[in-house]
Ligand binder design. Structure first.
Ligand SMILES: C[S@@+](CC[C@H](N)C(=O)[O-])C[C@H]1O[C@@H](n2cnc3c(N)ncnc32)[C@H](O)[C@@H]1O
Length: 239
């Protein structure tokens, strides 16, 4: 329905960016930019040059639209790219932001790519689903059914270890339970506007195909995952 989101909601995004300390004139990559909310914010609020990269051309088109609508088209560069092999030279970016993308990736490979494209001293900020406690195998199966593949659902310690293993230093993090109201209501309204939110909501109830998929998925997962899934914010530096 032309909308993307991530576990930390917009509150998570704002905190992630604040703590990354992006400065005017810096070059920042938003990897897996989705519809471009964060890339646009980086350009608009922080005065930085943003590179919005995504695997899917449809997402880049939506990011382009958003950047133009927000008057920062000249500061948001769109790049088709895969986290597994980023189309950027070594030591390119002052900051890299990744929100709800690593869960879909081969984590060691993607994180080492993030490390490669950051300049020495460059900062990484990630906003990823985080297991608040170890997830039993049967619940992992349900998650796999929901996504149609096995997402990476790591604990805060496991994410931290993955960043360390790639060479990152100065790692800090925080994890908290998912805020469903923010993720499902407030964040999409703020990111897309009330009209688009309501029209997506109506579609999710009236379109038989969407309704079937949606209810099948959520009835399988949401109640079972309460208490297990959280959102994690991670900051790290390339030495
Ligand atoms: C859950 S959405 C999050 C989008 C955006 N970061 C946000 O927070 O709204 C995941 C995004 O990652 C992109 N993606 C998934 N795998 C990717 C990969 N290997 N390389 C680049 N982008 C990828 C998807 O196309 C999608 O736009």
């Amino acid at each position: 329905m032309g909308m993307t989101g991530h576990p930390g909601g917009l509150r998570g995004t704002r905190k992630l960016l604040r703590q990354l300390g992006i400065r005017p004139g810096e070059l920042a990559l938003d990897l897996g930019c989705g519809t471009g909310y964060t890339a646009t914010l980086i350009a608009k609020k922080y005065g930085a040059e943003a590179v919005a990269a995504d695997l899917r051309p449809g997402m880049l088109a939506l990011t382009k639209q958003r950047a133009a609508g927000d008057g920062v088209a000249g500061s948001v560069r769109l790049v088709a790219g895969d986290a597994r092999r980023l189309p950027f030279k070594d030591n390119t970016f002052d900051a890299v932001i990744v929100e709800s993308v690593l869960v879909f990736c081969d984590v060691p490979r993607a994180v080492s790519e993030l490390y490669r494209v950051l300049k020495p001293g460059g900062r990484l900020g990630c906003n990823e689903v985080t297991a608040l406690r170890p997830i039993p195998p049967d619940k992992k199966e349900k998650l796999a059914e929901y996504f149609g593949f096995r997402p990476v659902v790591a604990t805060e310690a496991e994410w931290t270890d993955a960043f360390k293993a790639a060479g990152f230093a100065g790692i800090s993090s925080e994890a908290r339970p998912l805020d469903w109201l923010d993720i499902a209501v407030f964040a999409p309204i703020q990111a897309y506007g009330i009209r688009k939110y309501l029209s997506a909501l109506v579609k999710s109830v009236t379109d038989p195909q969407v309704r079937k998929a949606r209810w099948k998925k959520s009835s399988l997962t949401a109640p079972r995952m309460l208490g297990y899934l959280g959102s994690g914010l991670y900051w790290a530096k390339k030495p």
